[in-house]
Write a protein that binds this ligand. Structure first.
Ligand code: FES
Ligand SMILES: [Fe+2]
Length: 342
């Protein structure tokens, strides 16, 4: 039986280690959240994140899901198929080089790790076949990534493998995937605004204070609600290791070293896949990684609930930005017509 300290704090009953013991003090008179959530502050943090090199890598999804059957993914408008080969995940264009069949739609994987085209059985694997060529893939142990050299952003240069944030050595992982009508920058901006947490997700978060900030990260002290007034207070640091990822790391309280990686993969113009991996660790629960599947499902359900709401937030910021861009374009067109008429 795991024993955890319990303390009363205002209206909350807090379980587990107090992050104040080894961490920074909580501000006495915090500035209201709506003032702290300064759009210019969030924009500056976003610009710093987006100026980093992502090496051309994009997260596709949980590696675990590829073990079941080939999967289809669309990244920057390109349809891809991913499947599990003998030496790890393989990713390639989702169109057979013979007559164009979708490989993800009925393709089977043979004993040698080839994907067999569902129309006429052409085996395709690690080798190029005509115009069809596999892409560079990477399995980081939880997620599968693909490198798309044709999609490098200005200033981005290819790297041999994705830029991975530090992870705990022993963890329970849960991966969710949500799609939203927005751009990857909206996903990062959502997480760079921690101040919305207790207001927009009151079922999951209690009190929240910023307890540290520098050019590359922001650290908040936040109460995760377990249920009702019962919660757990932790210090969580947010940073962006690449232009399409934001990572939350628990740095104080219970579960130090646990991470939540939020990856934003562009599907197409105005559509983004959010792939979020929670890697939970605990000194008190050394066998957490062997927890039954339902524990992973519970973690995933909680993350999916938050993303159901955060997708709305991201879609709203994207729609507002588009409206502003459209209005600006209309003004430019009007000015051009006036000049032509003179
Ligand atoms: S379309 Fe794939 S083998 Fe013919
Ligand atoms: Fe949120």
């Amino acid at each position: 039986m795991v024993q955890m300290p319990l303390r009363r704090d205002g209206s909350f009953l807090l379980l587990g280690r107090d992050p104040r013991v080894d961490g920074p003090p909580t501000p006495d008179a915090p500035v209201p959240d709506w003032i702290q959530a300064d759009p210019r502050r969030i924009r500056r943090a976003l610009e710093r994140a987006r100026s980093q090199n992502g090496g051309g890598w994009f997260v596709l999804g949980a590696t675990r899901s590829l073990r079941e059957k080939p999967q289809k993914f669309t990244v920057v408008g390109r349809d891809l198929v991913a499947w599990m080969g003998p030496d790890g995940p393989r990713v390639a264009p989702d169109a057979c080089p013979h007559m164009g069949a979708s490989l993800s739609c009925g393709g089977r994987v043979d004993a040698d790790g080839h994907i067999l085209c569902p129309w006429h059985g052409l085996p395709l694997g690690a080798r190029k076949h005509g115009v069809w060529a596999p892409l560079l893939a990477h399995d980081d142990g939880v997620l599968t990534w693909v490198r798309l050299d044709a999609e490098l952003a200005p200033g981005e240069s290819p790297t041999a493998s994705p830029i991975l944030p530090p992870r705990p050595s022993n963890f329970l992982d849960a991966v969710i995937r949500v799609e939203a009508r927005c751009a990857p920058e909206d996903v990062l901006a959502n997480r760079l605004d921690p101040w919305h947490g207790a207001h927009f997700h009151p079922h999951s978060f209690g009190r929240l204070h910023v307890v540290g900030e520098d050019d590359d990260s922001i650290t908040v002290r936040v109460i995760y609600r377990i249920g009702g007034r019962l919660g757990m207070e932790v210090d969580a640091r947010f940073h962006c290791p690449d232009p399409r990822t934001i990572v939350m790391t628990i740095v104080g309280g219970e579960g130090v070293g646990s991470v939540v990686e939020t990856h934003a993969t562009p599907i197409d113009e105005g559509r983004t896949a959010v792939i979020e991996a929670t890697l939970a660790t605990s000194e008190r629960l050394p066998s957490l990684s062997k927890a039954p599947a339902f524990v992973r499902d519970l973690v995933a359900q909680r993350a999916a609930r938050l993303w159901g709401e955060d997708a709305e937030y991201c879609e709203r910021t994207y729609a507002l930005r588009k409206q502003r861009q459209d209005r600006r374009l209309l003004r430019v067109l009007d000015a051009t017509e006036e000049l032509d008429a003179e």
